[in-house]
Design a protein around this ligand. Structure first.
Ligand code: ADP
Ligand code: 5GP
Length: 190
């Protein structure tokens, strides 16, 4: 059988920019897209499920996977480890599936380096750091201290906002969604 190669779309955005909200809707519209479920050592948030949002593992398990060369890329983000399964990505691409990723700037850079034009990257920007802080506080899933760390990282990540293939501003949610939906159609050739 001829091997087909799928496409990769990477969403990169600071925590609190609205990425998960937008991705949840995109997955419904583009239901043929498979999502790369990362491994992480961060604690599960209320409402998150094993194998759906992440594979939740211990630091020892994560380190073992690094040793076994199981990750296509991995990074330490907000003091937790996150990594992408090499086998999952290879299997999906070989069977012609298109894959959606939600990664930080380091992971996005690694994928672009590895896959070149097969991978399209989209940066989702919040209207401002102040608004991002408001959204993180309103979400209420992290402690004050964790939110502070995420905001510091967001400031750094915002410096990279023009380094990716596309940028979408998430001020008005509907507008941001429509822009993203159009972009996905273009990238996927629909
Ligand atoms: P991320 O996955 O980027 O960390 P979320 O999708 O969890 O962000 O969004 C953070 C919070 O902001 C959530 O409570 C979400 O409902 C809210 N939110 C998302 N987009 C918008 C928007 N355009 N305007 C106002 N609030 C938003
Ligand atoms: P969260 O804890 O909010 O789910 O994710 C924190 C950050 O880690 C986000 O920027 C998210 O995109 C990133 N992330 C999630 N999975 C991976 C991964 O496998 N690799 C990398 N490099 N970043 C990831």
């Amino acid at each position: 059988m001829k091997k087909m190669s799928g496409k990769i779309i990477v969403i990169v955005a600071p925590s609190g920019s609205g990425k998960s909200t937008l991705i949840t809707r995109l997955k419904k519209e583009f239901n043929e897209l498979v999502e790369s479920i990362s491994f992480t050592t961060r604690p599960k948030r209320p409402g998150e499920n094993e194998g759906k949002h992440y594979h939740f593992i211990t630091v020892d398990e994560f380190k073992n996977k690094i040793k076994e060369n199981d990750f296509l890329e991995w990074a330490e983000v907000h003091s937790n480890f996150y990594g992408t399964s090499k086998k999952f990505v290879q299997d999906m691409l070989n069977s012609g599936k298109n894959i959606l990723f939600d990664l930080d700037t380091q992971g996005t850079d690694a994928l672009k380096k590895n896959f070149g034009d097969v991978a399209s990257s989209i940066f989702i920007a919040p209207p401002s750091i102040e608004e991002l802080e408001k959204r993180l506080k309103a979400r209420g899933t992290e402690s004050e201290q964790v939110i502070k760390r995420r905001i510091e990282n967001a400031k750094r990540e915002m410096l990279r906002q023009d380094d990716y293939d596309y940028k979408v501003l998430n001020n008005d949610l509907e507008e941001a969604y429509n822009q993203l939906s159009k972009l996905f159609k273009k990238i996927l050739g629909q």
